[in-house]
Design a protein around this ligand. Structure first.
Ligand code: BMA
Length: 361
């Protein structure tokens, strides 16, 4: 008799991919265990560039400002679908692989998003001029073959993430994110619930079954939501997801904006932590931040307040762009919020890389 999926899962406490590599299973279990210890701080592109620098080995804004590396490192695969050498934010995929290997050696976590181009129009991920894109990449449709070729590139990259011994490095993959908003071609108004779920499950199945990629924890990550059903209705199912989360940014710094942002995050964190518990998943705040940190106490007065009482795996702050003015989310040396950030990371349940141990064993 074949054992049912839920039965196997419940007995073994393994990720949604029943064929996950050993260290992927370890990462999954350790991330869950670590929920009791605290929340990891993450940063997008932290090793690739920062304010006033690009591609300098060993450099990292938040390390230089605070003394510690982040515990989670975000990367984006946008551009890999065309076999390009560089991603949409000028990080070469060759370097990205090396950074990810370094992160693994540090015992920290890599998470990958994918701002993939619009297959129908040829423009970028933000081109929402057609609501036919998702429909057209599904099996049997005109853009399907090309879509699978794009997935081949993604699979090739994930399968190239190996440690010194040639063993695959487990990472989090967070495809088709912020889908409760309508600013990407896979967003809410651009496809039906069924089409979104089909896109998500097809992608995960293809990577697992056709490409034999088994070093991924899959993140299902919405944009902000005020109605739980928005989150639930496009959930692809427990067999396809390991991490559940959402992205939400603060815009503006008035007291009203601050308190609204805090209460909105608290509502959503409450929801996803409950959802994660019920579905045996790992909750995370998959992107957040206040662009250019005009509030020098943001970490202790906003982020800390929002997180209070919730057990989430990590919080990912967005990138410190080297070539776009005022587009940064973590302090760099000399910035007015360095002191506040340092205070934030001394909280016992806030984890930078130096407080994270052995996630892969
Ligand atoms: C956005 C901005 C863009 C970037 C994109 C993908 O939020 O940071 O500059 O290209 O994310 O990383």
């Amino acid at each position: 008799m074949l054992l049912g999926y839920s039965f196997v899962k419940a007995q073994t406490n393994i990720p949604s991919d029943l064929q996950s590599t050993k260290s992927t299973v370890a990462l999954y279990r350790n991330l869950k265990k670590q929920l009791q210890k605290g929340v990891m701080v993450g940063h997008q592109d932290a090793l690739a560039y920062g304010i006033g620098w690009y591609g300098q080995s060993g450099k990292c804004d938040v390390k230089d400002a605070s003394g510690s590396y982040p515990a989670v490192f975000g990367w984006d695969l946008g551009g890999i679908e065309h076999g390009k050498a560089f991603n949409l934010d000028s990080v070469s995929f060759g370097e990205m692989r090396k950074y990810a290997q370094k992160v693994y050696r540090m015992g920290a976590v890599n998470t990958f998003s994918w701002h993939l181009d619009n297959l129908l129009t040829g423009s970028n991920a933000w081109d929402v001029s057609s609501d036919q894109v998702v429909k057209n990449v599904l099996p049997g449709e005109v853009k399907h073959k090309e879509f699978t070729q794009w997935l081949d590139q993604v699979a090739g990259f994930f399968l190239s993430l190996k440690d010194d011994k040639g063993k695959l490095i487990p990472v989090i993959f967070r495809p088709f994110h912020e889908h409760t908003g309508s600013w990407f071609w896979w967003g809410k108004k651009l496809c039906t619930e069924e089409q979104y779920k089909a896109l998500f499950t097809y992608t995960v199945d293809y990577l697992r079954n056709a490409k034999h990629v088994h070093n991924l924890l899959i993140a299902y990550s919405s944009a902000d939501f005020s109605v739980d059903t928005d989150f639930v209705n496009r959930y692809p199912g427990d067999k396809y997801v390991d991490v559940v989360g959402f992205d939400e940014y603060q815009y503006g710094v008035t007291p009203e904006v601050k308190s609204k942002f805090i209460s909105s995050l608290r509502y959503e964190l409450g929801f996803i932590t409950r959802f994660a518990k019920e579905h045996n998943k790992i909750p995370a705040l998959t992107e957040t931040g206040l662009e250019s940190l005009p509030d020098s106490t943001w970490f202790t007065s906003v982020l800390t307040e929002a997180l209070k009482g919730y057990k989430v795996s990590y919080v990912l702050l967005w990138r410190n762009a080297y070539n776009r003015e005022n587009h940064f989310y973590l302090p760099y040396p000399g910035h007015s919020s360095v002191k506040d950030f340092k205070q934030f990371i001394t909280l016992p349940d806030v984890l930078m890389q130096d407080k994270v141990r052995n996630l892969y064993k």
